[in-house]
Design a protein around this ligand. Structure first.
Ligand code: BGC
Length: 377
């Protein structure tokens, strides 16, 4: 398929221009509640720039380019955020190993200021998918750039995060939509699984037993009565975030029968034909509209599966959501699941976030897949 050169250029600009001097990426520059940096969003942004940088590098004799430099700065920033909290993270690991519930102050936050301080209180901060996705993204960067040896600060942070995730993986936490803090979410387990796999490659440490335990838990406790992956343990419901369990987190391959069933239900419940993809059927955030980055995530899945036709249709829809400036929003406000909630969110937070850097990152990732086919690792 032909992607849009203009949206490619705009996406690159949006990502690079909204990186702060210390390396943090703002989730969205013009929505006050999103002028922070999330490990989750940033991990995908850094991955998009890593892939794009490899492309540019290949065309310019491997010269270090803006994309790789930017992704490297983000990884530095993450490592610094973690290392500054080394004592607290170590206390969380010890408590979890002793079977005690975590103390909130000792857990990693989700939303940070550009200087690495935690964002204002009152946010659902305890989320385990972000650190897992960061480890995965860091490994992608190190593999792609062939960076050796691993900088000491990165190794220290990766080791802390991996041991933190290995100790806390069964602890209920907020999911990647920052909802349902009292449940264990299957997409979160996928991110932790991927993070531990990445740590094995990065550090040469064996987390195989924990990864197998997570996989066994997902297959035993993480399915709906119909055999799809469940949004959370005990829920007969899918969430579009379950795509990540396969792509990119590789707990299941894209053509695994459970994954295919899960995607079929996501298609049925959450993908309005000719439109984007909802997060889940109970979504009320900004009225619960279809999300651009989820349409692109499903496209990414189909590219990995080798179904370019479906992937292209979703990508085209996502491209059509860019405004006149070329900015991609978080979600769109047609076909809302819960229209009565829309105005309340606009009053509280302002218009739907746009440009959302994570949407632009997903666009760059999908563009790479459309050019080069499935990833090998
Ligand atoms: C989403 C998160 C995201 C954050 C920043 C929230 O509304 O639920 O997934 O990380 O916005 O983009």
């Amino acid at each position: 398929m032909n992607t849009s050169p203009a949206l490619y250029r705009r996406s690159l600009r949006v990502l690079l221009e909204n990186q702060q001097p210390g390396g943090a990426y703002l989730a969205c520059p013009n929505m006050p509640d999103y002028r922070f940096s999330w490990f989750r969003d940033g991990a995908y942004i850094a991955y998009a720039l890593t892939l794009d940088g490899a492309d540019v590098g290949a065309q310019h004799s491997g010269v270090m380019d803006a994309q790789w430099a930017s992704a490297g700065r983000f990884h530095n920033w993450c490592a610094d955020v973690v290392n500054r909290r080394a004592d607290a993270v170590a206390r969380s690991i010890e408590r979890a190993k002793a079977g005690a519930p975590p103390i909130f102050e000792d857990t990693l936050n989700t939303r940070y200021l550009a200087d690495g301080q935690a964002g204002p209180a009152g946010w659902p901060e305890f989320q385990l998918d972000g650190p897992g996705t960061w480890l995965w993204s860091l490994w992608q960067y190190v593999t792609c750039t062939r960076l050796r040896p691993l900088p000491a600060a990165w190794a220290q942070a990766a080791d802390l995060v991996a041991r933190y995730l290995a100790a806390l993986w069964q602890t209920p936490c907020y999911d990647c939509w920052e909802e349902r803090g009292d449940a264990v979410h299957i997409s979160t387990l996928g991110a932790i699984y991927a993070g531990l796999a990445a740590a094995e490659h990065l550090l040469g440490v064996d987390f195989g037993q924990t990864r197998q335990a997570i996989r066994a838990f997902v297959l035993d406790r993480g399915l709906t009565p119909h055999g799809e992956l469940a949004k959370s343990v005990g829920l007969d419901m899918v969430d579009a975030n379950l795509i990540s369990v396969s792509v990119p987190h590789a707990l299941l391959p894209p053509d695994d029968p459970i994954m295919r069933k899960t995607i079929a239900r996501i298609e049925h419940d959450l993908h309005a034909p000719g439109s984007g993809v909802y997060r889940h059927l109970e979504d009320t955030y900004y009225g619960g509209g279809p999300w651009v980055l989820l349409a692109l995530w499903l496209a990414w899945y189909y590219f990995e599966l080798g179904d370019a036709a479906r992937a292209s249709a979703l990508t085209k829809w996502a491209e059509a959501q860019a405004n006149a400036t070329g900015n991609l929003p978080e979600q769109v406000n047609d076909r809302l699941l819960a229209p009565a909630f829309y105005a309340g969110w606009v009053a509280q937070r302002g218009p739907i976030a746009s440009p959302l850097l994570w949407s632009h990152a997903k666009y760059l990732i999908v563009r790479q897949r459309s050019l080069y086919g499935p990833a090998s690792g």
